[in-house]
Design a protein around this ligand. Structure first.
Ligand code: DX5
Ligand code: ZN
Length: 218
């Protein structure tokens, strides 16, 4: 897809050096930061919330694009605090809310882009009714909760279907994406690529980011 963007998931970085790690990745060419927020209820893991985003926003200075991946129950609760903290995109799980319409409106009114995420077990038909009202759809390619898992190739038909039905929708993939799996994502039509361990583990993150972006933009 033209204009492919690479989002860095910092989940597998040294969280004690979060600011420095984010800077290092932005300097290596990442287009945006994908911050994984987990509440220990929607997923069996806990990370951080809006206070950390606020500190990052202050420390990074260069005004990076923050994509907040909200793996939480009751995502309604954090829209305003995240917007105030400097978030640019609010990515919430369709499985976690009873009223997506109201939430979409609230996110827009708070000046953020809307991203609908679906877990591997959720069908794309479930998302389709909202597709004309959202900016981005996130198709998870691992079970949410942990970095470093294996890419689920069988999610690609969802991406392909969305790309065909909604040509102008931004489509994000997240989980196990790296040099070995980017071709599948690109072929299916994804244009926002989240990658964590494949980039963080590398001694040359710049070249991995460039490779991912080049393959995706072909
Ligand atoms: C999983 C997270 C992903 C993940 C990506 O719940 O949403 O963002 O950390 O990391 P990798 O690329 O290591 O799978
Ligand atoms: Zn994520």
């Amino acid at each position: 897809a033209p204009g492919c963007k690479i989002g860095l998931s910092i989940l597998n970085s040294d969280l004690a050096s979060l600011g420095a790690e984010c800077l290092r990745m932005l300097d290596s060419g990442a287009n945006y930061l994908h911050l994984d927020v987990m509440d220990g209820h929607f997923v069996p893991n806990i990370t951080f919330g809006h206070p950390v985003v606020k500190s990052l926003q202050k420390q990074l200075g260069q005004d990076p694009f923050f994509d907040m991946h909200m793996m939480v129950l009751r995502p309604e609760q954090w829209v305003k605090p995240m917007a105030v903290a400097g978030a640019n995109q609010y990515t919430f799980h369709l499985e976690a809310t009873k009223n997506p319409g109201a939430l979409i409106k609230d996110i827009w009114e708070n000046g953020m882009k809307v991203d609908h995420a679906i877990k591997p077990g959720t069908t794309v038909e479930y998302l389709a009714p909202w597709a004309n009202q959202i900016d981005v759809a996130l198709v998870m390619t691992v079970e949410p909760g942990f970095g470093g898992q294996k890419f689920m190739e069988d999610m690609m038909p969802k991406v392909h279907w969305l790309r065909t039905q909604f040509p102008s929708l931004e489509i994000e993939v997240d989980g196990g994406v790296g040099p070995d799996t980017i071709h599948k994502c690109a072929e299916a039509g994804a244009n926002m690529i989240v990658s964590g361990s494949a980039i963080m583990r590398s001694e040359d993150p710049r070249s991995v980011i460039n490779l991912l972006r080049n393959v995706c933009s072909e």
